[in-house]
Design a protein around this ligand. Structure first.
Ligand code: ATP
Length: 289
């Protein structure tokens, strides 16, 4: 038996941090949406009772540190599964980029194993299990467009953005999420207007979505990594309608409404950045199929 699952990347249209909680996590309010940049997982049943991870990307661990491994382990224990599974991950989403690649692989493993092992778990149950692996996994179980609160694990699905092009560029630096949060001074930040973004999505207003993009972590990353600030400037200069950093970075994304502009921006960025992608917005949960 073999099951295939698509694991799309997410971008943050809005990312706000409200305060630090007594348990050490930050209370957040984020609007996330999926884009058509995806890893692909192939899950194959094994007679031997073991979890095997295969990936050809040298930055992706192939043992218990892999989030897809952790997803399989939790499901096996929770549901008393005595069989093994081999999970082959074809990586397209850049690693440690602010695009939730690992979380999406974990979510795809949960969805895929639910089918492979006929577990009959609901999406809500899978999302709850996902929250034990990481804060972004719950959102990735559903995909689509959602507002995430708590430490990111409380998900409410909302209207998807209208279709447009998304150009992504990742500079060749690694940014640690923990480091960015450590340097975030909440008394001294510009909070994005999350409610205005929800309204813009409800109204399907591309202009209002562009006007209300915001990420409270952006200034921290930009001030520490000038190459990210430079990439943002270049993307604007080449003609993107609106530009923002995703998650804690370093990936920068830009929206483009008309296809005629896409190749100019893509080619311009390729001149000085190795990892550049031009993809469509997904935004709808059904797009996972
Ligand atoms: P987020 O946006 O949720 O903060 P990210 O996009 O910044 O995530 P990931 O690509 O998920 O970061 O990778 C972060 C780290 O997780 C990597 O350095 C890697 O060692 C580890 N990791 C574990 N499992 C995976 C996986 N399946 N794919 C990629 N990285 C993984």
């Amino acid at each position: 038996m073999r099951v295939l699952e698509k694991a799309p990347a997410k971008i943050n249209l809005s990312l706000d941090v409200l305060h630090k909680r007594p348990d050490g996590y930050h209370e957040v309010q984020m609007i996330m949406t999926t884009i058509d940049l995806a890893d692909h997982l192939e899950l194959t049943e094994l007679e031997k009772d073991e979890i095997r991870i295969m990936s050809h990307n040298r930055f992706v661990p192939d043992d218990h540190r892999n989030l897809a491994y952790q997803a399989a382990k939790i499901l096996k224990e929770r549901c008393g599964i005595k069989k093994g599974v081999s999970i082959s991950i074809t990586k397209t989403i850049p690693v440690a980029a602010g695009l939730a690649g690992g979380s999406s692989d974990a979510a795809a493993a949960l969805r895929g194993l639910n089918r492979l092992w006929n577990l009959g778990l609901s999406m809500n149950e899978l999302a709850e299990i996902g929250a034990e692996i990481g804060s972004d996994v719950s959102f990735c179980v559903y995909g689509g467009t959602a507002i995430a609160t708590g430490r990111g694990e409380k998900i409410q699905l909302i209207s998807p953005p209208p279709h447009c092009w998304v150009i992504l560029a990742k500079p060749t630096i690694g940014v640690s999420t923990a480091e960015i949060y450590r340097h975030l001074d909440l008394k001294n930040v510009k909070h994005p207007n999350v409610d205005a973004m929800v309204k813009a999505l409800e109204n399907k207003s591309y202009e209002d979505i562009c006007d209300n993009l915001g990420n409270v972590l952006e200034d921290v990353t930009l001030s520490r990594y000038p190459e990210v600030a430079m990439l943002k400037e270049q993307m604007k200069r080449f003609g993107a309608d609106a530009v923002l950093m995703s998650g804690s970075g370093p990936t920068v994304f830009g929206f483009v409404q008309y296809e005629s502009k896409v190749s100019r921006i893509y080619n311009g960025l390729r001149g000085f950045c190795d990892q550049v992608f031009a993809v469509r917005m997904l935004g709808d949960c059904q797009d996972l199929d």
